[in-house]
Design a binder for this molecule. Structure first.
Ligand code: FES
Ligand code: FES
Length: 156
């Protein structure tokens, strides 16, 4: 069957099976390979995208479940240039191999949308569903702090 999902503001219609995971639809059908597949069991967070503005793991949603909803991937985040979180990850060297990065950034944006001025502990708690196999957590947390300052209009 063909399914149609609004992704990054654009309707994407592609053949998919009822069992097709959202992460596979995004990567294989839409060509949006910024969203990664890691564990496929909801453990690592590298598949994190937004569904109607809320962070979800796209490996635990079927593509067909998101029909009628709006999906945003890392490619759609900085539609008007890099999002402050994307800039901060670059400036703070908050990525090494980069495998976890798109999921980390999506979860960080979700965290800052809900709590624009988080403490270090709140950042750590907010990102607990995302694993960095390169263990770059110190710089990741620093990047979220820098992004929060920019979002709040405070010089980093
Ligand atoms: Fe979805 Fe790991 S691939 S949480
Ligand atoms: Fe390599 Fe996080 S930068 S897994």
């Amino acid at each position: 069957m063909n399914i149609t999902i609004k992704v990054n503001g654009k309707l994407e219609t592609h053949p998919a099976e009822a069992r097709t995971l959202l992460v596979d639809f995004l990567r294989d059908a839409c060509g949006l390979t910024g969203t990664h597949t890691g564990c496929d069991t909801s453990q690592c967070g590298c598949c994190t995208v937004f569904l109607d503005g809320e962070a979800i793991k796209s490996c635990n949603h079927l593509a067909v479940q998101t029909v009628g909803h709006e999906v945003t991937t890392i490619e759609g985040l900085g539609a008007n240039g890099l999002h402050p979180v994307q800039k901060a990850f670059t400036e703070c060297h908050a990525l090494q191999c980069g495998y976890c990065t798109s999921g980390m950034i999506m979860s960080s944006v979700d965290l800052l949308n809900k709590n624009p001025n988080p403490t270090e502990q709140e950042i750590a708690d907010g990102l607990e569903g995302n694993i960095c196999r390169c263990t770059g957590y110190v710089n990741i947390i620093e990047a979220v702090k820098v992004a929060a300052k920019e979002i709040n209009g405070v010089n980093a």
